[in-house]
Design a protein around this ligand. Structure first.
Ligand SMILES: [Zn+2]
Length: 168
């Protein structure tokens, strides 16, 4: 189990190293990028580039220059409009911040192989991994349990329905 620096926990409105289970790579799909006001540690407000994922279970990511350049290379385009729909693989590494070594998120130069997006057969949302389960494992799991590939939301709904039915 990788350790989490308390500083990574402060801004929970955005994805950080804490979101990667056991420090494992996480592949997500870009939805869109916007400029927005971000309230950082200590209440300081700052205009940041923020990337939203199609996997709605995951918080948006504040993009620094390093990561914006990685995406530019991955997508062969510096234009944020061209990034939508692209998959990116996040990993945890460390960086120096004010004399401390802190964990940070970076983007791999290539997308992890097993990263073809899997869609929910019910609502069409792209399925994200949950806890220790990868998206593929989660999909397989729901297929076995419910007979179709489901996202987290739909799987919960199906489960609730099944439990209600079982009460009769
Ligand atoms: Zn669904």
């Amino acid at each position: 189990m990788s350790k989490t620096h308390w500083k990574q926990m402060v801004n929970m409105d955005y994805i950080g190293a804490y979101a990667l289970t056991d420090g494992k790579d996480l592949t997500l799909t870009i939805d869109h990028v916007v400029r927005e006001m971000v309230t950082g540690n200590g209440g300081k407000k700052e205009q940041c580039m923020v990337l939203y994922f199609k996997e709605r279970d995951y918080k948006p990511m504040i993009l620094n220059r390093t990561n914006a350049k990685s995406i530019t290379n991955l997508c062969n385009s510096p234009y944020i409009e061209d990034w939508s729909g692209h998959r990116i693989t996040l990993y945890v590494t460390t960086t120096r911040l004010g004399g401390d070594t802190v964990e940070c998120l970076r983007i791999r130069p290539t997308v992890a192989e097993t990263s073809a997006p899997i869609h929910c057969e019910n609502c069409g949302q792209i399925i994200a991994g949950v806890g220790k389960m990868s998206a593929a494992e989660f999909a397989q799991n729901t297929k076995q349990k419910f007979g179709k590939v489901l996202c987290m939301d739909c799987a919960m709904a199906e489960k609730a329905k099944a439990e209600k039915g079982g009460d009769k």
